[in-house]
Structures are given as structure tokens and as C-alpha cells.
Design a protein around this ligand. Structure first.
Ligand SMILES: Cc1ncc(C[n+]2csc(CCOP(=O)(O)OP(=O)(O)O)c2C)c(N)n1
Length: 368
């Protein structure tokens, strides 16, 4: 039985790949491999896309290395294309696992004509209309109040959808976080708040972020259950998130989950060099040793179904090809037309913008 407010994060598999609880029936060796493949796809996507920064083909990237179990487990616990998502910028593995095409994600990162946002959003700030993923905002915790609003609408309309709202540990110190979580509890809205506690908010460690012992215990004061899960244990994450999603869907009101994980890489390219100045190499090594993918490799080994080196190399190769093809296809679509910046804002263009558009048009035509 999965309980809220545990002292320690709920685990299913130890760091050494040993089972700590009985595996529910769905965890056949094939299904566990599938979980592994999702995580590997996310890991390799990061590895292949970060070099685009140095090539000048994008200008912002926030890698998820180390956090894949939290994101894959969460995505698979919900109904893709049915539930609604208010994510934050580090959640591209959630989108990938929901089934958002790699081309769509890569196009957004590169800001090409194939991008559904037409290159007008900051790179790495995704959305996916077909998957009910709202556009990501850089402004930390600004997604919490609208997530509550979405869930209030779901309740009002009597749907069986739920809303999932993710954020980092740093977001929990913001006023918007309080306003959104409080309103969700008061209105009994079907929203799952998920804190991806990767223990750092750029250079601010979690102990400098909050004097609270954990994040999930804050849920008690708001009047909702708070769950604590090992965010590097994909099976524990999938089990806990599935349980919480079911509870919310059945009308129990909102809930919070804290997934304890770690940001192994830099925060973004902004601190790629500075990252070594604010945390010790020992700490990074300690968490690298708790890698979510390696844990599943060890589990499958212990179950007598190991992933061979050849099988792993084939998976890495497949993802590499998939990312390379998406980059090529996005690049081939070209850059968005300049006049897009004047579109989709006003139904009737105000005179000052019409004047500016005419000015830029004349300039562009002169340059052509
Ligand atoms: C309102 C606001 N304040 C500050 C920032 C600058 N900023 C960008 S990311 C970030 C850290 C966020 O940390 P956390 O919520 O823990 O997520 P993580 O990046 O660690 O996954 C900060 C302070 C911002 N984008 N918005």
C-alpha cells in the first residue's frame, strides 16, 4: 500500500538493483526494458543536442541527465493526449515519453520553420497542443496558478482528465507556488503537483532554499496528501505516480509528490563552466553512482535478463539516428519568415505596428 508522508522516499529497487518490494504483475522483463529504453532515449537526446549550442544552432539548453526516472515514470503514469500538463523547462523527457515527435521537440530547440511555435518562443520552452502540454514559461513557478485553473475547469466540466504540474525545488519558494497550491486544495481541483527535487536551483542548494525538512510535508499544511518517492527509481516513480493519478481521477482532490533526484549536469549552458564552483565533485560522484539507468541494468541482470553490450549499443545507435534525422529535417525546413513576428498578436493590427512592419518590409526587400 502506497502511503503519503513517509519519512523516507518510497523505493522499489535499491541502488544495487535489488528488489525491495514485490513487483506488480505488469513488470515483465520486456516492460522493464521498455522503461529503460525511454530513459536511454532521453539521455541520448541530451547528449546529442547539447553540442548544438557550441555549433551556434541553438542558444539555450537545460539537460535532464540524472532525472530521467522521475520524468519517464511520471509520463507513463498518466493518459497521454487526455490529461493536461503544465511543465517546466527541464521536462523534455516527459514530452518524449508522452509521444511528442522528436522533430517537434528539436524544431523548437532550433527555432526552425518546422517549429509549431514558429521560432517565437525561447529555445527549450516547449509546448504540444495535441498532447495538452501548455507552453513552458521561464518565470519560475508561474505555471502553478494556471495549472490549478485548468484543473478547476476540468472539475467544473465534469471530465475525467487530471492536470499535472511539475516544478523544481527552487520553485517552491515562490509566491505563485503558494497561491496555486492553496487554491487547488481549497477548490478540490484534480491536479497532481510534482516537485522534481534535484537539490539545486542553479547555485542555491535545497538547504538554502527552505528550512522545511522535505518539500512534500508542506502538502499537509495545504490540506492535501504529500508523497515522497525515490526519483531515481523508475518503478517506484511509476507506482507512486499511478496511485496518485488514480486517486485524483477518482475525485479525491489534489495531491503533491516529491521525487528526490539529482541534477548531474549543469543547470543550463548559462552555468556550464561555473557549475564546478558551487558544489563538490564528491557530491556529484555520489549521485552519479545512483544513476537511474544503471539501476535498471542491475535489476535486469539480477532477474536473469541482462541487457547485453550489443543490445545497448544498438539502442544508443537508434536514438542517435533518430536525433540526427530530426536535426537534419528541422534544419532543412529553413528559418521562419521575418514577418511572423507581426502575426498572431492582434486581430486588427494597430497603426504603429503596421508602420513598423512596412519599415522592416522595405528594409528586407532592399536587402534581398
Ligand atoms: C521568477 C524567477 N526568478 C528567477 C529566475 C531565474 N532562474 C531560472 S532557473 C532558476 C532555478 C530554478 O530552480 P528549480 O526550480 O529548482 O529547477 P531546476 O532548474 O533546478 O530544475 C532560477 C532562479 C526565473 N527564471 N524566474
Amino acid at each position: 500500500m502506497i502511503q503519503p508522508f513517509t519519512q523516507r522516499p518510497i523505493q522499489w529497487v535499491s541502488d544495487q538493483g535489488e528488489l525491495l518490494q514485490d513487483l506488480p504483475e505488469r513488470y515483465t522483463p520486456e516492460f522493464i526494458r521498455e522503461l529503460y529504453r525511454h530513459m536511454l532515449r532521453a539521455r541520448e537526446m541530451d547528449r546529442k543536442l547539447i553540442p548544438l549550442l557550441r555549433q551556434g544552432r541553438t542558444s539555450f539548453y537545460a539537460q535532464a541527465h540524472g532525472m530521467e526516472a522521475t520524468q519517464v515514470g511520471l509520463a507513463l503514469a498518466c493518459r497521454s493526449g487526455h490529461d493536461w500538463w503544465w511543465l517546466y523547462y527541464r521536462d523534455h523527457p516527459i514530452m518524449l515519453t508522452l509521444g511528442v515527435p522528436m522533430l517537434q521537440i528539436v524544431s523548437q530547440i532550433m527555432g526552425t520553420a518546422s517549429d509549431s511555435c514558429k521560432g517565437r518562443q525561447m529555445p527549450h520552452h516547449f509546448c504540444a497542443k495535441e498532447y495538452n502540454v501548455a507552453s513552458i514559461s521561464s518565470s519560475i513557478a508561474s505555471q502553478i496558478p494556471p495549472a490549478t485553473g485548468t484543473a478547476m475547469a476540468q472539475k467544473y466540466l465534469g471530465t475525467d482528465e487530471i492536470t499535472v504540474c511539475t516544478f523544481g525545488d527552487g520553485a517552491t519558494s515562490e509566491g505563485d507556488w503558494h497561491a496555486g497550491v492553496n487554491m487547488a486544495a481549497v477548490s478540490h481541483a484534480p491536479v497532481m503537483f510534482v516537485c522534481e527535487n534535484n537539490q539545486w536551483a542553479i547555485s542555491t542548494g535545497v538547504a538554502d532554499q527552505t528550512a522545511s525538512e522535505t518539500i512534500h510535508i508542506k502538502a499537509r499544511a495545504y490540506g492535501m496528501p504529500g508523497y515522497y518517492v525515490d526519483g531515481n527509481d523508475v518503478i517506484a516513480v511509476l507506482e507512486v505516480m499511478s496511485h496518485v493519478a488514480d486517486q485524483i481521477r477518482s475525485g479525491e482532490g489534489p495531491a503533491m509528490v516529491e521525487a528526490l533526484t539529482y541534477r548531474v549536469g549543469s543547470h543550463s549552458n548559462a552555468d556550464a563552466d561555473a557549475e564546478k564552483n558551487y558544489r563538490t565533485r564528491e557530491e556529484v560522484a555520489e549521485w552519479t553512482a545512483r544513476d537511474p539507468l544503471e539501476r535498471i541494468e542491475k535489476l535486469l541482470q539480477n532477474m536473469g535478463h541482462p541487457i547485453s553490450e550489443e543490445e545497448k549499443a544498438a539502442m544508443v545507435g537508434e536514438v542517435g539516428d533518430e536525433v540526427a534525422a530530426a536535426i537534419d529535417e528541422a534544419a532543412a525546413s529553413g528559418t521562419p519568415d521575418w514577418d511572423l513576428m507581426f502575426q498572431d498578436v492582434y486581430a486588427v493590427q494597430p497603426p504603429h505596428l503596421a508602420e513598423q512592419e512596412a519599415y522592416v518590409r522595405a528594409e528586407q526587400e532592399a536587402l534581398a
